[in-house]
Structures are given as C-alpha cells and as structure tokens.
Design a protein around this ligand. Structure first.
Ligand code: NAD
Ligand code: DAU
Length: 347
C-alpha cells in the first residue's frame, strides 16, 4: 500500500509514523507537512534512513501543490492529520485555521477525488476532534450521534472540514472515514498545550497558569492509543462512518496539574511544587466539559486504551526530562513570543 500521511511532523502524526513506518516495510509512506511552528524535523529523524519513508514539504492550502503530490504518489490510504491545532491561537488568528483546516482539507479531498476512479478500495481517514460537539454539562458524553456545536474558531474549522468530508462521501462516494478524538498527550507535543507546558514549567520552577478555576474537564488519551485506533479504523472501520475515540479519563484541569506537580516533585526530590499553580484569566468561550463514549469503536473493532493515565503521564514526563535538546530546539524565538504575548509574563 501507499500511505499518505499529512501533518506527520507534528505531535500525533509523528507518533503515528514512528509507530507504523519501521514495522511495515511492505508499505510506502509519504509525509506531507508544511513544517509549521508546532512541528520539528527531529520528530521523524529516525525514519529518514528508511527506504519506505519519504517527506515532502508543502502547504495543503495550495491546491496545485497538493494535486501534484497526490497525483505522483497515488495513495491507497490517506491519514489526514495536518491542521492548526491550538484553540488559544485560533482566538488570536482565526483565518490561519480556515486556510489550513478548511481549505487544506477541501484541497486534499478534491485531489484524491481526481485520482480515485472507483476501481481501487482506498480510504481517506480524517483525524478530527471531540471539540466539534461543543460543551457538555455536568453529566453525559459525546457520541457519534451528538449534533455539531463548535464554539472556538479552531473547532468551527474542524467541524467545517468534517462536513466537507461527509459531503465528498455523500456526493462523490469518496471513501471517507472520520474519527473524533479527545485530548491527546505524550512525547513531542508542542509545549503550548496544557500537559507539556505544565511539565516544562514545573521542571523549571515557573508559574503553572491554570485558566479560570481549573474546573473545566477534558478526557485524556495517550497518543499511541489514539494512533492504534486510527490504524484499526482505516483497516476495519466502515466507510462513511464516524468513530469517537476517548481515553475515559475525564477529570478537571486542576487535577491534571496537581498530578504533574506531584510526579515532578518526586522526580526532582522536592517536597511540593503546588506553590507554582497560578490561576489566570479564563479562555474566552472556554468549553466546560468534554467526555467521550467510545463504545462503538470498542464494540465494532475491539479497541481499548493500552495504558492508564498514570502510566502515560509518567512516560510523557520522562520523555520531556530525557530530551532536553528537543525541548531547546522547539522553544525558538517564536515560542517565547507566544508565551509572552499570551500569558503576559515570561513563563
Ligand atoms: P500539531 O499542531 O502538533 O501538528 C499539526 C501538523 O500539521 C504540524 O506538523 C503542522 O506543520 C502541520 N500543518 C498544519 N497546517 C498545515 C498545512 N496547511 N499544510 C501542511 N501541513 C500543515 O497537531 P496535533 O496535536 O498533532 O494534531 C493532529 C491532528 O489531530 C489535527 O488535525 C488535530 O485537529 C487532531 N486532533 C488533535 C488532538 C490533540 O489533543 N492534540 C485531539 C483530537 C484531534
Ligand atoms: O479535545 C481535543 C482537542 O484537545 C484537540 O482537538 C486540540 O487540537 C488540542 O489542542 C486540545 O484542545 P484543548 O483546548 O482542550 O487543549 P489545551 O491543552 O490547550 O487545553 C486543555 C485544557 O487546559 C483546556 O481546558 C484549557 C486549559 N489550559 C490550557 C493551557 C494551555 C489551562 O488551564 N492553562 C493553559 O495554559
């Protein structure tokens, strides 16, 4: 098979490639990534020497470039990860999210439609988010039948991308599958997101900025478990269907942060790091609670997470502690600018 992966130099895309490229020499993988701020060539460094892996730098917002690459590669499978992914940045610069997430997805769908003539059985798997469903109250969970109700420019752009995928399935019978996953954590996540930001700040005795009262709830899944679900959906999931993926670990943010301070204080041999927790201005339009009912995926495909949150968090923290060069390289001047402009002080 020829497997096209977009956004394979970012957090989840690189976890996916590092998991599947080395053990699948019978498949050719092409990673298309624009190498934006959240990506890093180090994320795929171990794949560079493998003959079943290649990379093309391209912006999915350019239809001509996407068409050129898709036509030349003729993929049988597409795993579409590429997107602008940070909610706070979407509040600052919404149009970048329309370019990459809406136009980028439409361009990729259209380029695939032009080469898939119906004789093959390809799959276009679009990696989406639970944020398209909006916000839950105190109880309940999102499922495949939950109506879309996005609130941030990020989630609106991902919802739009999902609608384009469904439109290409309904109109052109393009063999699309969509997954909507909860919050991922793990190695190589850009340290603007909650867990890596808190790990690095706790490591360096910097304030831990918790939005509002820290009571918002997210459902956390270790990144490798997300990747395994994606592989299984592409292989055995039904075309035209949506699958919700979640870790079943839905807890308030403050609990996540306290878990990080506890683990880091053990690693550092200090009594406590809780004094670093700092409550800051809330995110505008901050969704209160996400939780996922992944029973469709579990029942139809037999998927379940392989590790507990405690195991995944320990692996994640140890990865950040063990990779200071990666940390140094991704914290470029641009990173410092974001932290200073978003949080107001140099964290
Ligand atoms: P990320 O920001 O770490 O990586 C995104 C990658 O896409 C980067 O390498 C970036 O350079 C690339 N990219 C962005 N715009 C592009 C464009 N126009 N053309 C080419 N490449 C482009 O994000 P992530 O956390 O790895 O998320 C990957 C996908 O998974 C996204 O679609 C996101 O919406 C989805 N998702 C993420 C989570 C999560 O918790 N991180 C949860 C559910 C779904
Ligand atoms: O739910 C899936 C989504 O999870 C993905 O689609 C997104 O790409 C991904 O970024 C993530 O979105 P969130 O907004 O939930 O992730 P983030 O890490 O930015 O924030 C997690 C929670 O922590 C959220 O309630 C906001 C809060 N938070 C975040 C930051 C960065 C803080 O309290 N302080 C912070 O500094």
């Amino acid at each position: 098979m020829r497997i096209l992966v977009t956004g394979g130099s970012g957090f989840i895309g690189s976890a996916f490639l590092n998991r599947y490229v080395p053990n699948n020499s019978q498949h050719q993988f092409l990673n298309i990534d624009k190498l934006g701020y959240a990506s890093h060539p180090l994320n795929t460094a171990e794949l560079e020497s493998l003959s079943n892996y290649s990379f093309a730098r391209a912006d999915l917002a350019s239809f001509e470039r996407v068409q050129e690459l898709v036509t030349a590669f003729e993929p049988d499978r597409v795993f579409h990860f590429a997107a602008e992914s940070h909610v706070d940045r979407s509040i600052r610069a919404p149009l970048e999210f329309v370019q990459s997430n809406v136009l980028g997805t439409a361009n990729l769908l259209e380029a695939c439609r032009q080469i898939w003539d119906g004789d093959q059985q390809p799959v276009f798997l679009s990696v989406s988010t639970d944020e398209v469903f909006g916000s839950l109250g105190e109880s309940g969970a999102f499922s495949e039948t939950t109506p879309y109700d996005p609130h941030s420019p990020y989630s609106a752009s991902k919802a739009s991308a999902d609608h384009f995928c469904r439109a290409y399935y309904d109109t052109f019978k393009l063999p699309v599958k969509i997954t909507n996953c909860s919050n991922n954590y793990g190695p190589r996540q850009f340290p603007e997101k909650l867990i890596p930001l808190m790990i690095l700040n706790a490591m360096e005795d910097k304030p831990l900025p918790v939005y509002g009262e820290g009571l918002n709830v997210r459902d956390w899944l270790f990144v490798d478990d997300h990747c395994e679900a994606l592989w299984q959906v592409a292989e055995r999931g039904r075309v035209g269907e949506t699958y919700c993926i979640g870790g079943g670990h839905d807890v308030p943010n403050i609990e996540i942060v306290r878990g990080i301070t506890k683990l880091m204080s053990e690693r550092r041999g200090v009594a406590s790091l809780d004094h670093l927790i700092t409550f800051v201005k809330d995110r505008p339009g901050h969704d209160f609670r996400y939780a996922i009912d992944s029973s469709k995926l579990r029942t139809e495909l037999g998927w379940k997470p392989s590790c507990t949150f405690e195991e995944g968090l320990a692996r994640t923290m140890d990865w950040y502690l063990g990779n200071p060069e990666w940390v140094r390289q991704v914290r470029s001047g641009e990173y410092q600018q974001w932290i200073e402009s978003h949080y107001g002080v140099a964290h």
